[in-house]
Design a binder for this molecule. Structure first.
Ligand SMILES: C[S@@+](CC[C@H](N)C(=O)[O-])C[C@H]1O[C@@H](n2cnc3c(N)ncnc32)[C@H](O)[C@@H]1O
Length: 277
């Protein structure tokens, strides 16, 4: 995996947004939430785990360290670039993780094969969450559990409110929408409803509050942009536009800047449900 460009080199077009995702967003955001999701889903040695929409595989990797040689882990994602990075990173992990490219609405497994199905921060991107939850239930054994996480709405994520507004102003409305898209306008009732419609009866939802930290506002903007679907387009703006954008984010996030950079609260729903029959 390539080194990040030096800040003095300005915004560079990242070679690969999936690599940038693994390099920047996984350590600062997704790794600690993966730990918590695995903890909440109560993974045991010998469990068979499926990580749906696994991205570069952070949840699958954490699960593998828990299940031991008698367990197994499979990661599924629709995006080939994410899976390429996932395979590369996990090459030496035991038990080895199997990776499959597939759409979560049509999981490539027969029924009742897994003890736990995890899905970290992806349900919000599915056109039809009920169908996907139904698929997760289908592949679970009786007594198996699904563990999902989904960010709370944007208003609970102050850093991203500011970043999305600045991207909309300096890059375009579509860039603002892209940065808002991980934070659906769902409350716990909305999530309860679609998880129940997917076939689960007992659904437990907790609100977890964490944070995200970057060494500077410039790095917050650069790393988030580089790991995003609009990486190349955002990287192509002029230095003047980039500097104005960063200054605007710095001003708006003034209250969150400290001696170690910038920090912002980050809130997520964590959903656990068991397949009863
Ligand atoms: C924000 S990333 C989360 C990745 C990973 N779960 C993690 O925690 O790092 C969302 C992932 O959902 C995947 N995804 C979106 N729609 C999908 C679908 N219909 N089927 C499978 N994967 C999908 C994307 O390719 C992407 O890897």
């Amino acid at each position: 995996m390539s080194e990040p460009p030096l800040p003095s080199a300005g915004w560079q077009v990242e070679q690969n947004a999936s690599e940038a995702y693994e390099q920047y967003l996984v350590p600062s955001i997704f790794a600690s939430w993966a730990d918590q999701l695995i903890e909440s889903s109560d993974v045991h040695e010998g469990d068979r785990i499926l990580d749906v929409a696994c991205g570069t595989g952070i949840v699958a990797r954490h699960a593998a360290s828990r299940v031991g040689a008698s367990g197994s882990v499979v990661g599924v994602d629709i995006n080939e670039g994410m899976l390429t990075v996932a395979k590369e990173i996990a090459a030496d992990i035991q038990p080895s993780i199997a990776w499959r490219q597939a759409d979560a609405t049509d999981l490539p497994f027969s029924g009742e094969q897994f003890d736990i199905v995890c899905c970290q921060q992806a349900v919000q991107f599915f056109d039809d969450p009920v169908t996907v939850v139904g698929e997760m239930r289908r592949v679970l054994t009786t007594g198996g559990r699904v563990a999902l996480s989904v960010w709370r709405p944007l208003e609970y994520q102050p850093g991203y409110v500011v970043l999305a507004d600045a991207l909309a102003r300096y890059i375009g409305d579509h860039a603002g929408e892209m940065m808002r898209s991980p934070f659906p306008e769902w409350d716990a009732d909305t999530i309860q409803t679609f998880v129940r419609e997917g076939g689960f009866e007992d659904v437990s939802i907790t609100i977890e509050i964490g944070s995200v930290r970057y060494p500077s506002v410039e790095e917050f903007v650069r790393r988030e942009a580089a790991s995003s679907p609009l990486a190349e387009q955002i990287a192509a703006v002029s230095r003047e536009v980039r500097d104005d954008l960063v200054r605007e984010v710095e001003t708006a996030l003034h209250a969150y800047i400290d001696d170690e950079g910038v920090v912002s609260p980050l809130e997520s729903y964590v959903v656990i449900a068991e397949r009863k029959q």
